[in-house]
Design a protein around this ligand. Sequence first.
Ligand code: B12
Ligand code: SF4
Ligand code: SF4
Length: 301
Amino acid sequence: MIEEQLLQEESSRGIIRKINEFIRSSPLNRMPRNEDLRMFSKPLIKFADGDDPFFNELKSIISHEHLTPRETLGLTYQKNPDELPDKISIINWILPIIETTRRSNRKETAGPSRFWSHTRWFGEKFNNALREYVTDILTEMGYMAVAPALQPYFKMNSNEKGLYTNWSERHIAFAAGQGTFGLSDGFISAKGIAHRCGSVVTDMPLPVSPRTAKGPYDNCLFSFDGSCKICAARCPAGAITAKGHDKKKCSDYLHSLGYSPREFEKGYDLDTSIAGCGLCQTKTPCEYRIPLKIQRSRKEK
Ligand code: B12
Ligand code: SF4
Ligand code: SF4
């Protein structure tokens, strides 16, 4: 048993080392036209148990279509999920957005800064390259591995609340103990809410990271003591209220920014088809850390 644990620890250290190196050295993690800037800083990497009962709960929290990790491996390798190995793991990463980008977005009030928009577009291309890289290193070692977000069966649908997918990276991050949601719907990790995240499912046995949050909104000040709501005040679409985040309002606003000539008039050079926004993720107490008030109260306990 102890030997198995040591092996798992060693495997996890190897994976963490390789991901860190990829983030440091990949030319895809460079800000277009500002090559001296990396889009993301050192990641937070954690592991979830693929058979955590939480994944079945997601079928009611998100949709019955949301896949369990076992289902994704089964679909990819055309196997019955029950015939897969006993231990399934998930590797989850949080890619913190660099300070230069966050600072540039803090100044904005109507739409994203150019750096933020480029991080939305080119940063996600890098995130996809990382998904592929992690899948490749695992399969080269003889393990099964899949990045569900890159699969042909990855789907985006909508219901009365707005858009949703059958593989929600934020809920995977929650399962891996990376943090919790906030009033804005954004995911507040130890490095805050301004990040992008991703995951890979594998049969490589890995040590499960502990999930310390008691509730799904523990890292948000509004949930903590009813205060803050700064994200709501920052949102140009009026999509955030004490009741939460209106995905449809948010999504309509983002689409209105997508190709808006207004952006060009303002001197932006977006050259992307998706603008993003993220005003609710900058100039907030949760931007790059868990709000200090919450951190202090945890230390006192
Ligand atoms: C569809 C989508 C959108 C839609 C809808 C957003 C949404 N809230 O779902 C629109 C177009 C509006 C959108 C906007 C943005 N997005 Co978007 N989007 C996605 C996508 C593709 C799927 C999200 C999904 O499936 N949601 C499912 C629904 C059901 O979940 P939800 O709202 O997240 O979850 C709520 C409930 O489940 C609730 N809940 C209720 N009961 C319970 C019980 C428990 C136990 C738990 C845990 C939760 C829970 O908790 C959640 C919060 O309220 C993901 C990528 C991915 N594959 O995950 C990126 C993603 C969520 N987007 C991201 C980003 C960055 C953005 C933007 C900032 C745009 C930008 N880049 O500038 C904005 C921010 C909007 C916001 N305030 O959250 C990041 C999020 C990073 C973060 N820090 O949170 C993601 C993860 C992309 C990525 N790879 O990093 N997005
Ligand atoms: S800005 Fe305040 S209310 Fe909004 S998600 Fe962050 S901590 Fe929560
Ligand atoms: S909720 Fe949507 S529209 Fe509002 S600030 Fe956040 S990303 Fe922008």
